[in-house]
Design a protein around this ligand. Structure first.
Ligand code: ADP
Length: 667
């Protein structure tokens, strides 16, 4: 049981934690893909916005420069021509920030400019000059790097070749773009991320604008060697989405790169991977925290469940141990125990039973073990069990082959719901006890028989002795002297006493054997009969008898008369001289018994003789005093009371006068 419960805990607890971990991991992976996807979409979208704005700005600037170049070819103005100067100023004013437009000869001299004071000056080795000197056939707008212009402003030069109608390069039309132009392009395009950056680089991969760019440090920086730019170029596509070290701050970044064809500008919109990951970490930490809570709750539950299971397993093992204990007690109980169902089928028997009968288990046909002569009695007793219980004695088959006497007590077995679940019985082996009781009964019977026969036969020779004594007395007549007469009187007296003794003995031996059979008798009637037989003695002594309520009892009528007669006769016989006897007869119910008392105001009995007087031939007085007696009267009383399953004893009454004889009889 213990192993099973702990196994189940050790299975489901890790399973819950594993499932929770898998869910959290799955959530984090899904978040990771989502966040990455979002970041990519955001960066790409911004790159498109920047590309579109940059295209607009640069195509319109290119349009302006193309227009100036076309006009230059059409008008062929002299250097510093005022009309052409006005034309250029008018065209350049169409922009939010006034643009400086300049026409530079292929050797670097300013021929025309919206800034008139610049005409005639040499621009030196500007990158656009070098570029178009090296690639005179380039017909695209050239965007240079951030440079300090002649007027000292930091600008980005854009230039395009002005050609004659036959395509011969004639001059360069240049525009210096102020930082405000780029600000307008990048304005509000930076993604809503802390580490986000937007950059525009020219075809030589030099940064011409960047947001943010505190202190303008990024401007002019070359991205040509940056691994991300290298990867973009290598990819050969107009758009890329890459991850790598940023060209400006070298931080690991995700970047969306777009080429602005055909000008050759490259737009880069990026954010650091750390920031993108931070979002995932936030979710992952949240998930991890949830996982920790789940794990903690699971472990706590597992501990509670395991503890509860352990406690339950302990209780169960204690119950099993207790049940084993009681089963062992029942099995080895030194009496035969059996149990049967309500139909009387024997369903269980303890080991003592099995050892006694030699049967291996329960006995479906239990009746075969009962002695055939006793079966009817047993069946009758068992039929009465459900009415409260039954007791009987019968002979049960013993494993040695014979039958032995058992005493069986059977009771209804209470069920769990106050119903009767079956019958429970116990049998005690009374074989030896029964054998010795039978032996004793037989020997008592024989003894009584012997006493009866002996006393009966003794009277015959005694009668002869008395008869011949009478004859001798007659023959002697007056011839006998006084001594002889005395001797004859002693002999006659002896013979008479012996006759009395023998009669008393006969009486004693008849008790039980010759008593009337038990019937329901009213003891008040019995008492009247006893008193009638004592009429003379009672009248002579002037005795007063008080009688209480006496019950009716199943008993032998002759015995009861004898019992009361003996006790009342003694009360009269052992009265104090000159004190008329007062005798009180009463009965009190004490449970299953009636306790009777016969109390007198006579001479009383020394407590040391309270036991002795009930024995046969035990007298406390001389032969002549109190009218004599054989010492058998109380022995007869005891035999009657005990024969009726009662007890007799004598006490000194509380006032210390006389004697109180008590005896009990079952109700
Ligand atoms: P018995 O009366 O023939 O001597 P019992 O067996 O009746 O024989 O009595 C035994 C003895 O108990 C008597 O000898 C007497 O001493 C004493 N005894 C019996 N009943 C009384 C009594 N009511 N009061 C005093 N002594 C008694």
């Amino acid at each position: 049981m213990k192993a099973r419960s702990e196994n189940s805990v050790s299975l489901w607890a890790p399973l819950i934690i594993a499932v929770a971990t898998a869910l959290v991991a799955w959530d984090v992976i899904r978040d990771w893909a989502e966040v990455k996807d979002q970041a990519e979409q955001q960066l790409n979208a911004m790159a498109r916005v920047v590309e579109s704005r940059a295209s607009q700005v640069f195509f319109s600037i290119d349009g302006l420069l193309t227009e100036v170049a076309d006009e230059l070819d059409a008008q062929q103005p002299k250097p510093g021509d005022a009309a052409f100067h006005k034309f250029m100023q008018a065209r350049s004013k169409g922009y939010a920030t006034a643009l400086t437009v300049t026409v530079v000869s292929l050797d670097g001299t300013i021929l025309h400019s919206t800034q008139a004071q610049l005409v005639g000056k040499n621009v030196g080795n500007r990158s656009y000059l070098t570029h178009f000197q090296q690639q005179p056939d380039d017909n695209q707008l050239y965007v240079g790097e951030p440079t300090a212009a002649l007027l000292g402003r930091k600008v980005v030069f854009t230039a395009r070749m002005a050609r004659a109608a036959d395509g011969t390069p004639k001059a360069l039309v240049v525009s210096a773009l102020p930082p405000a132009i780029f600000t307008s392009i990048l304005d509000a395009t930076v993604p809503d991320m802390e580490t986000a950056a937007v950059s525009i680089s020219n075809r030589s991969h030099i940064i011409v604008a960047r947001a943010p760019d505190p202190g303008g440090q990024a401007l002019g920086k070359s991205l040509a060697e940056s691994p991300l730019m290298q990867a973009h170029i290598k990819g050969g596509m107009d758009t890329s989405l890459l991850v790598g070290p940023g060209g400006v701050d070298n931080a690991e970044r995700m970047i969306a790169i777009r080429n602005v064809a055909p000008i050759g500008l490259v737009i880069g919109v990026s954010a650091t991977i750390a920031e993108i990951h931070a979002r995932i970490w936030r979710d992952a930490i949240g998930g991890g925290f949830s996982l920790l809570i789940v794990a903690a709750v699971t472990i706590a539950m597992a501990r509670v469940v395991a503890g509860r299971d352990r406690a339950r397993a302990k209780v169960e093992s204690e119950i099993v141990a207790a049940r084993d204990h009681y089963v062992r007690i029942l099995e080895n109980f030194p009496v035969l125990v059996w149990r049967s169902d309500l139909d009387g089928n024997n369903v269980a028997a303890n080991r003592t039973w099995r050892d006694f009968t030699g049967s291996p288990g329960t006995i479906p046909d239990w009746s075969r073990d009962i002695h055939p002569d006793d079966l009817a009695l047993v069946l009758k007793a068992r039929a009465a069990i459900l009415d409260g219980g039954a007791e009987c004695e019968y002979r049960l088959a013993h494993f040695c082959g014979s039958h032995r006497w058992v005493r069986e007590i059977a009771r209804p077995l209470p069920g769990r719901h106050d119903d009767v679940a079956g019958i429970l019985g116990v049998c005690v082996d009374i074989h030896d006890e029964k054998a010795s009781k039978t032996l004793l009964e037989r020997s008592n019977e024989e003894l009584e028989q012997f006493a009866y026969v002996t006393s009966h036969d003794l009277r015959e020779p005694l009668r002869m002795v008395s008869a011949y004594l009478t004859l001798i007395e007659r023959r002697l007549g007056d011839a006998a002297d006084a001594d002889l007469r005395d001797f004859m009187a002693f002999a006659r007296d002896g013979a008479n006493r012996m006759d009395h003794l023998i009669l008393d003995l006969l009486d004693l031996s008849r008790i039980g054997r010759m008593s009337s059979p038990p019937t329901l008798v009213a003891l008040s009637d019995i008492l009247s009969v006893a008193m009638t037989q004592l009429t003379v003695a009672l009248a002579d002594s002037g005795a007063v008898i008080c009688v209480g309520d006496l019950p009716e009892l199943v008993s032998s009528e002759t015995d009861m008369v004898r019992l009361f007669q003996n006790l009342i006769a003694n009360a009269v016989k052992y009265a104090r001289p000159d004190v008329p006897p007062r005798i009180a007869i009463d009965a009190i119910r004490k449970g299953d018994l009636w306790e009777f008392s016969v109390t007198d105001n006579g001479i009383g009995i020394d407590p040391q003789y309270h036991d002795r007087i009930f024995r046969i031939f035990q007298r406390l007085h001389g032969r002549e005093s109190h009218g004599g007696g054989s010492g058998i009267g109380l022995a007869v009383c005891r035999k009657i009371v005990e024969g009726h399953n009662g007890r007799i004893w004598v006490e000194t009454p509380p006032d210390g006068i006389g004697s109180a004889f008590h005896f009990t009889l079952p109700v």
